[in-house]
Ligand binder design. Sequence first.
Ligand SMILES: NC(=O)C1=CN([C@@H]2O[C@H](COP(=O)(O)OP(=O)(O)OC[C@H]3O[C@@H](n4cnc5c(N)ncnc54)[C@H](OP(=O)(O)O)[C@@H]3O)[C@@H](O)[C@H]2O)C=CC1
Ligand SMILES: O=C(O)CCC(=O)C(=O)O
Length: 450
Amino acid sequence: MAQRPKLNDFLEDLKERNPNQPEFVQAVREVAEDVEALIAENPEYHHQQILRRMSEPDRVISFRICWENDDGDICVQRGYRVQNNNAIGPYKGGLRFHPSVTESVLKFLAFEQTFKNSLTGLPMGGGKGGADFNPKGRSEREIMRFCQSFMTELYRHVGADIDVPAGDIGVGSREIGFMFGQYKRITNRFTGVLTGKGLEYGGSLIRPEATGYGAVYFLRSMLDTQGRDLDGLDVVISGSGNVATHAAEKATDLGARVVAMSDSKGFIHDPDGVDAEKIGWIKEHKGRRGGEIADYADEFSGARFHKGKKPWGVKCDIAMPCATQNELSGDDARTLLDNGCIAVAEGANMPTERDGVKAFKEARILYAPGKAANAGGVAVSGLEMSQNSERRSWDKDQVQGLLVDIMRDIHQRCRDDGTDGKGDYCDYVRGANVAGFRKVADAMLAYGVV
Ligand SMILES: NC(=O)C1=CN([C@@H]2O[C@H](COP(=O)(O)OP(=O)(O)OC[C@H]3O[C@@H](n4cnc5c(N)ncnc54)[C@H](OP(=O)(O)O)[C@@H]3O)[C@@H](O)[C@H]2O)C=CC1
Ligand SMILES: O=C(O)CCC(=O)C(=O)O
């Protein structure tokens, strides 16, 4: 479909204003294309330049992080916090420690987070941060010193009612503990400034599981619209970190068979299925031992490791990209479709390239974008904030029940705005973008021009 002049102008301007930021432009472009019709129907959105304002972060904070490694060398890293939009609540979103971190990556993540958080129905704005620090191969002491140094700058920009970071790639409960400890030491305040905390000091039950479990709940809701369930389906999952292992756990729990998982070095194919015991081994090996997925093939007979390859060529019914952005290309999408894949639920943020998204949409399969499918993590972070505010801890059933309800509601919001009235097909990407946009846009209108 030919693009309308206004959209073209907007995208040209976006690219000019954000040179060398391809991930950010990719994320904004997708939303802009989907909300174009809504903006046309609501002249006030256009008049008030809502989309333009949303795609200019409130602020991008960039800072130096100095830390000392175990050899006594001084290392210098670059850290960021992108505070994208706080129209509906304090900035909220994870911190990523990975060598691939750039301003573009964090701006795209903070932008996506704004819509995701809106979809949860909870009062959270969008932010994201991190550093180009590679935790791999670093000792626990080095990681502690890095985290403390990172928080020594970040503390002045965050707060329980201002901006509440959490984990993301390379940042788990250990790193959150180091950062929370440093925040407390500097400010002498015990507040819910971070989520994903340990249970002993204000964390929430189910937060570690929430993103992966939530993605499977969303998948279950999609399948349910076609009268199907997960029982007996083969699932391919990329990644073997927090999101991937918990997605594997819940999918297995609901009767599916996980036949492949991966990390940055390659993937394992296990035709017998990665069952609960094997998932436990992966968590321990990749998490605490800092090992590689390649070792799985030595540990479990019948499994094979494919070095340097992505898992999308393994025949499956369901694909769950749960590693990183742009990890699934157009060709990968076509391979999955040729092999009979009926549904894709993204645990990662923007894991599918634009061409792949197009292929899934054209094939009219069940396709859930990350900002809807992986919202369970930040939703339980929102519940952690509520628990911290009332200085209480809710029990597992309560949090778990709320997570299930929230994922069901997000699914419904996507359907409400994603069905075109021509048959049953739902464009979940459009549904998520339109529903996420509307709430933030209406709050921005209420504030006037700020
Ligand atoms: N944690 C959370 O609550 C949430 C996370 N997400 C998203 O989910 C995704 C995974 O996050 P999470 O599980 O927390 O992170 P982890 O650090 O726990 O795990 C990341 C996994 O992805 C792999 N990976 C990372 N980068 C690449 C790459 N460039 N190519 C191939 N594999 C890669 C890692 O492999 P290796 O070990 O070899 O590096 C690892 O297996 C991210 O997109 C994140 O933004 C979304 C919502 C919430
Ligand atoms: O729990 C959070 O605040 C953030 C989770 C996150 O980074 C994400 O949803 O991508």
